[in-house]
Ligand binder design. Structure first.
Ligand code: GAR
Length: 217
């Protein structure tokens, strides 16, 4: 008997191109997850339109309507848990999260970050890579822990920085890789091949000592 797909809630703040890649992956026969709800902290996030076009339930939890981070996060938890997800996926969700939130979803929340972590946690990652004269840049997908952009990394994808690259060209290259990588990793989790134990990411029964590459999957 076929197992029912893993219920996934996606959190966004903006364009939602990664959300779109995750939605598109659902058309493939081996997709083991289903996005059941998309939540934004911004009412005008274009990603909400993408979700609606695919008849996915949406919600907005506007952070500025709450007195403090804790009440915002409690409202967010409430909205997420109504959908009973097996996995929470942060896809361009631009709020710093406190342990109240991260501990509630430990081992079942992933984030995608546009740098080769531990390099450049936080913002302006493309600019910082250019300013540092780096030869390579890329993205990391990691389990979310209390530490900002600091949880165990599951996969990294790399692009070379060329002499004529700008923030815009670099961002576009990283985005293209993100759209390949995130659906692969979310599907791995949904298939039960990826999990989180003892503060580490595990893939196919082994603790990951180095991040996976797209080519490994
Ligand atoms: C992505 O590049 C993602 O890595 C980044 O926001 C972008 C969202 O794009 N996330 C972070 O910076 C989190 N720290 P999208 O809305 O088009 O998917």
């Amino acid at each position: 008997m076929q197992q029912s797909p893993l219920r996934v809630v996606v959190l966004i703040s903006g364009n939602g191109s990664n959300l779109q890649a995750l939605i598109d992956r659902q058309n493939q026969a081996d997709c083991a997850y289903q996005i059941v709800k998309v939540i934004s902290n911004k009412a005008d996030a274009f990603g909400l339109e993408r979700a609606k076009q695919h008849l996915i339930e949406v919600d907005t939890v506007p952070h500025q309507s709450f007195d403090d981070r804790e009440t915002f996060e409690q409202a967010l938890i409430h909205s997420i848990d109504q959908a009973q997800p097996g996995l929470v996926v942060l896809a361009g969700f631009m709020r710093i999260l406190t342990p109240l939130f991260t501990q509630h979803y430990v081992g079942r929340m992933l984030n995608i970050h546009p740098s080769l972590l531990p390099k450049y946690p936080g913002l302006q990652t493309h600019q910082r890579a250019l300013d540092a004269g780096d030869k390579q840049h890329g993205l990391s997908i990691h389990f979310v822990t209390d530490e900002l952009d600091g949880g165990p990394v599951v996969l990294q994808a790399t692009t070379n920085i060329q002499a004529n690259d700008s923030v815009e060209t670099l961002k576009a290259k990283v985005h293209e890789l993100e759209h390949q990588a995130y659906p692969l990793v979310v599907n791995l989790f949904a298939q039960g091949k990826l999990n989180y134990q003892n503060h580490q990411a595990w893939w196919s029964g082994q603790a990951l000592t180095t991040p996976l590459q797209i080519e490994d999957l």
